[in-house]
Design a protein around this ligand. Sequence first.
Ligand SMILES: Nc1nc2c(ncn2[C@@H]2O[C@H](COP(=O)(O)OP(=O)(O)O)[C@@H](O)[C@H]2O)c(=O)[nH]1
Ligand SMILES: [Mg+2]
Length: 371
Amino acid sequence: MPSTNPFRAIKPIPFADELFTRSHNNVMKTSIRGTSTSSKAVPLIRKARKKEAARIELLSRELREKLFQIVEEFPTLQDGHIPDFYIEILDISFSIDKIRQTLGSLSGSADIIWKIKREYLGTVWHASSILATKDLRRAAFGRMESVIRKLKARLEFLESVRKEMRLMPGIDFEQPTFCIAGYPNVGKSSLVNGVTSATPEIGAYPFTTKEATVGHLEIPVYASSSHTKPLTHIPCQIVDTPGILDRTFDERNEIELRALAALKTLAAAIVFIFDFTQQEAINAQLNLYHQIISEFSEVPLLLLFGKADLLDQEEKDKLKVFVKENFSKDSFNLVTMNDPSSIHSLLADFFKTNQKRITTIMDQQNVLVED
Ligand SMILES: Nc1nc2c(ncn2[C@@H]2O[C@H](COP(=O)(O)OP(=O)(O)O)[C@@H](O)[C@H]2O)c(=O)[nH]1
Ligand SMILES: [Mg+2]
């Protein structure tokens, strides 16, 4: 399954006046059969009634189709139709209720247009003069136009939702997603760049002003530890969300806290990078670490200590003591971006060890209804 961002499939939503004018021009250009003045058998008044009635019918159909198309193209916002991740983000940025009401009022307007059509068709067929048929058709068009014009702000709102939501990087919810966490400048972006194959896709999430990246990598799976050739590769995603997983809660604003909740619908595993060279920020990093493990208590976490190339032996010895004291561990993963292949194999080992938990989490996150 390709990367799916359901909002990229929506066509641009027209402005109200554009929607009306286009439909109106189409209708006025359409020639209506059997109303050409050269066929003499039918009285002119009957031809005029037929022509104007057909125009009313056509315009109402065009407008209704356009409104329904907008509603139908919008992703279904019920649970299980699009991944929870998008629902959360949508709610943070725009409010799901407001979007539902807006889509509902588009459908409501389509119904009103249908009623206007019915009302005027009845009167046009009884019009007593050619002039009267034209006047009635103009009146019907005017009412339909005002229904569409009343949707101006709503159509603009939907277009702003579409525009912002399509900026998110595409995410494949059938692939495991590693989320990167760690204090600023520890090497998160370097890690995404180092371990991913193609250029990571960059998208500006609507909940931050910064750019989030999604990188792709293939994790090798071996039949047993004695095999050197992998049996297969599992495609995975690695996501870096600046401003969300690099700060402690007391520094985050409300939107970021909710974005954090949205990330929970995405993370199948967390890679936390600790930078021992940032001595002034050791406590801040420890705080962040504890917050992340409590916030994502279900999610397997891989702890990496970065910038190994900058640590001399004395500092490495200190780090060993630090890890023992703060993480109660005798061993730890010390990595450097200069050696991405060793990070890659750490990720592969971690994935293998935690595959069951990762799969369980993904199943819980993506219970999608089959269409
Ligand atoms: N020496 C060294 N520098 C690194 C390493 N990883 C990252 N850096 C540098 O640390 C700085 C911050 O890295 P970046 O990936 O932007 O950190 P982020 O803020 O966590 O995304 C950059 O100047 C990187 O070049 C590493 O393993 N060794
Ligand atoms: Mg970064």
